[in-house]
Structure formats: C-alpha cells, structure tokens
Design a protein around this ligand. Structure first.
Ligand SMILES: O=C(O)C(=O)Cc1ccccc1
Length: 297
C-alpha cells in the first residue's frame, strides 16, 4: 500500500500514481504528517508527499514531518507541471468564497484578483479538500488539480489557471530506512543539518560541498522550534551517498552537525545538474585503499 497526501484528486495523488506498481493500493490521508505516520507505523510500505514548488518554495509541513519522528528516506522523486482548474457547484450562484491549499492560492493570486476580485480567499488542507468543501456547500469555488473533477461532480469555471507558466512541483516517495536505490549517475541526496549557533556555521557546511566539487541544488532553513535563531538547514545536492566524495561530504557534515539526518539518495526526475569529476574521486579513494593495504604510495 502507498499512502499519499489526499483526499482523492490532489496533485500528490497524480504523482503517487506514477510511483505505484499496477497492483499497489493507494491510500489517501488528509495531511502530510498523517501519510508519513502511516508509513512509520508500517501500515503502508511508502508515502508520496509534495516537497517543493518552483513558484512558492518549500512545503513546510513536509520538511517538519520528515525531520521529526522516526527517520524515513526518499527512494524516488517526481516533478509534475502544475496548472489549476477552478471548480464550482453546477448551477451555483455568485462566487463569494474561493478555497484551496496555500501553495495553490499563492500561484493564482493575480488570476483571482482579475477574475474573482470580490471573493474571500480561504486556505484548506489540500486542493482536493477545497473541491470537497465546495461540493458540501461550505465554499463557492475551489482551485484544484484538473483531475479533481473526476472525483467530485463539480463544474469547471476555468482551466489552465496559473500566474506563472511552467510552474512545477516536486514530490518524494519515502520509506522506512532499508536498501538504498542503486546509483544511476544522475542522483540527488537530501540531508537536514541542525547547525551550531556560531560564526561561520553555515559557510563551514557549504565549504565541505564546494571543496569536493559537489553541486548544491537546494538549501532551505527552518527554525528548530527551540531557541529563537536556531535553524535546521535542508540541503539537496547532486550525487549519491555511495559515491566516495558524497560519502566524504556527508561524513564532514556529520562532524560539524552531529544531528545530521540522511533523507535519501535517489534518481533525479529531470536530467541536468553538475555531476562531472566523479572519476577522480573514485580513483583517489581507490589509491588511498591501496596505500592502506601497503600496496601503493
Ligand atoms: O493540495 C494538493 O493537491 C497537493 O497535492 C499539494 C499541492 C498544492 C498546490 C500545488 C501542488 C501541490
């Protein structure tokens, strides 16, 4: 079974369908923490959750839920284009309220200001929860994934709604720690480090990556929820932990931040990134091994 951030008709469900094997059952949960908790309890093998959006940035609920509680690791990612449909009740009256997930609302602000300027905007747990609430009469319009109309008998007021063309959202498939995916040569590694409160703490971490020629693909900070000014850094980088230089870099991050949590090494959904130069690191690590065995110098 595969848990996903639902209910039925979310963008996350679309991503989850791409990950699922044909016989695998998909189980919706109303929040990201609930989907991850089901996987931690072993009720589902894996969970699919949104992690970041090219327009609105990180999904804080996912970042927090991956850091707190039992470890989970990502084994795959998916990147989906995001365009919205605006759904209303068939024959419904004027639109006084419009509801959706905060990430969706942030991506259609200009459209709403132009087309529904009088409507009050309300945040819901997901885009599909908004569609469900419109069906139930709580709100008048929902900003939803195009597939939502297949699940909820609503009318489409507008399609292809997006302030920014080509917006994309990245999703992760996570599991309890186990066998890692094989390196493919086009992988991403995710970690979260709780940095010490001292001068140069972040630049020390970044230097460990830079001096090994490792490309940083994302860095986000979130408060630890402890002392004001104490932060966790979410770091995505090009490469797989099985590669010597990435393994070395993670060991160095762990030296600086003993609370470093490994969030997975998995194939990148889209080609690109900086992966050059790995051969030298493999050759150098092999040379050190021969020296250690007394065969080289
Ligand atoms: O609410 C959804 O449908 C989600 O899966 C989260 C989300 C919200 C907005 C854009 C992409 C994903």
């Amino acid at each position: 079974m595969l848990a996903y951030f639902g209910p039925q008709g979310t963008f996350t469900e679309q991503a989850a369908r791409g990950f699922a094997s044909p016989q695998q059952e998909l189980v919706p949960f109303d929040t990201v923490p609930a989907a991850l908790a089901a996987t931690r309890r072993g009720e589902t093998q894996s969970a699919c959750v949104p992690v970041e959006n090219s327009v609105e940035g990180a999904v804080p609920a996912t970042m927090d839920a991956l850091t707190e509680g039992e470890p989970l690791v990502a084994v795959a990612e998916a990147v989906l284009p995001v365009r919205f449909s605006v759904l209303v009740r068939p024959g419904g009256g004027p639109v006084r309220t419009v509801a959706s997930h905060p990430h969706a609302l942030a991506q259609v602000r200009h459209w709403l200001a132009e087309h529904l300027p009088e409507a009050d905007v309300v945040a819901t747990t997901s885009t599909a929860a908004a569609a469900r609430s419109v069906l139930g009469g709580e709100f008048d319009a929902a900003v939803s994934a195009p597939v939502a109309v297949r699940h909820y008998p609503l009318e489409v007021l507008a399609t292809d709604v997006a302030d920014v063309r080509d917006a994309k959202t990245r999703f992760l498939l996570v599991r309890p720690p186990g066998e890692l995916p094989e390196p493919t040569g086009h992988d991403r590694t995710s970690v979260v480090c709780t940095a010490a409160d001292k001068v140069g703490a972040l630049s020390e971490l970044l230097a460990e990556l830079a001096l090994r020629g490792i490309n940083l693909t994302r860095i986000e900070s979130r408060p630890t929820k402890g002392r004001l000014g104490e932060y966790r850094f979410y770091i995505d980088l090009d490469g797989h932990v099985a590669e010597p230089r990435v393994g070395d870099a993670l060991a160095a991050l762990h030296r600086h931040c003993p609370q470093t949590r490994f969030l997975g090494s998995y194939p990148k959904a889209e080609p690109g990134g900086v992966v050059a130069g790995n051969e030298e690191f493999v050759a150098a690590a092999e040379w050190v091994e021969t020296v250690r065995r007394g065969h080289g110098a």
